[in-house]
Design a protein. Structure first.
Length: 159
């Protein structure tokens, strides 16, 4: 779906993040010389058409005290991965959960779930809860802990 000039300006003004103020859309609208309602309507339309996938906060887990951020990877029976993945995603400590294809023989994992703990024990307890939930349908798993913060940005468009 093509974007118009207003869409492009809004994307450029917000692609590095919304301003950290009490009324971010108002701040963007003032920067662009538009009404806040126009900014919000254009963003809503871009979400509806898929130009913008989501507007969300991206927390820095380390600054929040979560030092043990682990991507848990699970080898789950294919017939159960959708059902069990939905259950794992509903756990309050799982920030994101998704299915990915296996890459055999070296990578048998097809279900991924991110956990965040302030201590290694906290993260380990979360992994144990997931393991119990998955039961016998999970044949194996690993936890891949983050060692650094990776760039969390999407596509950038220039002027």
């Amino acid at each position: 779906m093509p974007i118009d000039e207003i869409d492009r300006k809004i994307i450029q003004a917000t692609q590095a993040g919304l301003p950290l103020v009490s009324e971010p859309y108002q701040a963007v609208s003032e920067q662009l010389g538009l009404s806040a309602q126009t900014v919000m309507l254009h963003l809503a339309e871009m979400q509806q058409t898929g130009v913008v996938r989501r507007i969300a906060a991206v927390p820095n887990h380390y600054k929040l005290g979560y030092r043990f951020n682990g991507m848990t990877v699970w080898d789950v029976e294919d017939g159960y991965v959708d059902e069990l993945g939905q259950k794992v995603a509903m756990l309050p400590f799982v920030s994101h959960c998704y299915q990915r294809p296996r890459h055999l023989p070296g990578w048998p994992y097809n279900l991924f779930a991110m956990v965040h703990g302030k201590t290694e024990q906290d993260a380990g307890e979360q992994v144990a809860i997931i393991a119990e939930l998955l039961g016998a349908q999970a044949r194996n798993h690993e936890v891949l802990y983050s060692t650094k913060i990776l760039k969390k940005t999407g596509l950038r468009i220039g002027g």
